[in-house]
Design a protein around this ligand. Structure first.
Ligand SMILES: CCC/C=C/C(=O)SCCNC(=O)CCNC(=O)[C@H](O)C(C)(C)COP(=O)([O-])OP(=O)([O-])OC[C@H]1O[C@@H](n2cnc3c(N)ncnc32)[C@H](O)[C@@H]1OP(=O)([O-])[O-]
Ligand SMILES: NC(=O)C1=CN([C@@H]2O[C@H](COP(=O)(O)OP(=O)(O)OC[C@H]3O[C@@H](n4cnc5c(N)ncnc54)[C@H](OP(=O)(O)O)[C@@H]3O)[C@@H](O)[C@H]2O)C=CC1
Length: 298
């Protein structure tokens, strides 16, 4: 079957419609999947793909109202869904989320570390608390969740699968996002360390990096940053942005029985956007100018 008509639009073809799946129905029946930040955006899209394939879900984040709305939406896809309010920056609250998950469903088989914090800011304007807040949620929170998951599986002698959602500036650096880029580089490093540490115990650890995947839940800061770039499709080698469900399909593959020998790997789902480099790039625009900020002032 041709991927598109010869006179179809240029760029990478559109993905299958929402609700489609490459994996057999019921692939995750009897499986519990915990997704941090599963109440919004990409986390919710990932959770939805697991739910369609039969998983029970635990979604965890700070805001109870958003979690409750997402719980109802995700439950309509079939499985049982538990919402657990938690700030992943607090290791004690993290342990409570696992207690709640175990009580409602049993120990989660899959952990998707999707929650993160981020906003664009020139480094010279970034307060120590702004740095701490992003690194704490993105890197430390991911470690606390993963540590709790690993310790419980090691004690129970059961296998598991961890997926850390990253960002491609873990490799390249992220001007205007120095806090988040540094934290995501740490998240990628954790994948590589823990895959080796925990492989002998049957625990896979992989990374999953979305490209630009706009959605309705984006924070004002991130949306504002994107809105400054017009014609987002034309700026991608794929000539289109990604769809959140494309991340969900990749996550379900990585946690599926068909990916059991894949561990310590970070899969980038971005239409090759992060490899787009040229010897002569567009003119340099400082982060201050990009964000419409005036000169630096103490
Ligand atoms: C781009 C593509 C790749 C990646 C995408 C993603 O990750 S998308 C995922 C994106 N999704 C999310 O990020 C979702 C979660 N995000 C959030 O909850 C908030 O955006 C949060 C990260 C600020 C955390 O809130 P919180 O309640 O923990 O903290 P708080 O409100 O108390 O602030 C802490 C410190 O940060 C300071 N500060 C804040 N904004 C700015 C700014 N624009 N400029 C400068 N500074 C700023 C604030 O002033 C304070 O410092 P101060 O004054 O005490 O020295
Ligand atoms: N969308 C995109 O194009 C890209 C996204 N990414 C990555 O994808 C992931 C999802 O991003 P996206 O869906 O776009 O963003 P969202 O802002 O929609 O999601 C972030 C989620 O994290 C939760 N969260 C934030 N801080 C905490 C915390 N301290 N404790 C618990 N939960 C927290 C938020 O819930 P609550 O506020 O209720 O706590 C929210 O559900 C992130 O890891 C991001 O870095 C990477 C590259 C591109």
């Amino acid at each position: 079957m041709p991927r598109r008509a010869v006179d179809g639009p240029p760029g990478l073809p559109s993905p299958p419609p929402p609700g489609a799946s490459a994996l057999p129905p019921g692939t995750f029946a009897g499986t519990v999947v915990l997704v941090t930040g599963g109440g919004t955006g990409l986390g919710k899209a990932v959770a939805a793909e697991f739910a369609r394939l039969g998983a029970d879900l635990v979604i965890a984040s700070r805001k109870e109202d958003r979690l409750a709305a997402a719980r109802d939406e995700l439950a309509a896809l079939g499985g049982r869904v538990t919402a657990a309010a938690c700030d992943i920056r607090d290791p004690l609250r993290v342990a409570e989320v696992f207690d709640a998950a175990e009580e409602a469903h049993g120990l989660p088989d899959v952990l998707v570390n999707n929650a993160a914090a981020n906003f664009p800011v020139p480094s010279e304007d970034m307060s120590p608390n702004a740095w701490r807040s992003v690194v704490d949620a993105t890197l430390n929170g991911t470690f606390y969740m993963t540590r709790e998951f690993g310790r419980r599986h090691l004690a129970a002698r059961t296998p598991g699968s961890v997926i850390n959602v990253g960002a491609s500036y873990a490799w390249t650096g992220g001007p205007g996002f120095a806090h988040s880029a540094a934290a995501k580089a740490g998240v990628k490093s954790l994948v590589e360390s823990l895959a080796v540490e925990w492989g002998p115990y049957g625990i896979q650890v992989n990374g999953l990096v979305p490209g630009l995947m706009p959605h309705d839940d984006m924070t004002e800061d991130i949306r504002g940053n994107l809105d400054r770039a017009h014609d987002k499709d034309a700026r991608q080698p794929a000539l289109r942005v990604g769809r959140p469900r494309e991340l969900g399909w990749a996550a379900t593959f990585l946690a599926s029985p068909y990916a059991r020998f894949i561990t310590g790997h970070t899969l980038v789902v971005d239409g090759a956007n992060w490899q787009r480099r040229a010897l002569v790039s567009p003119p340099v625009v400082t982060v201050r100018e990009q964000l419409g900020r005036g000169p630096f002032a103490e």
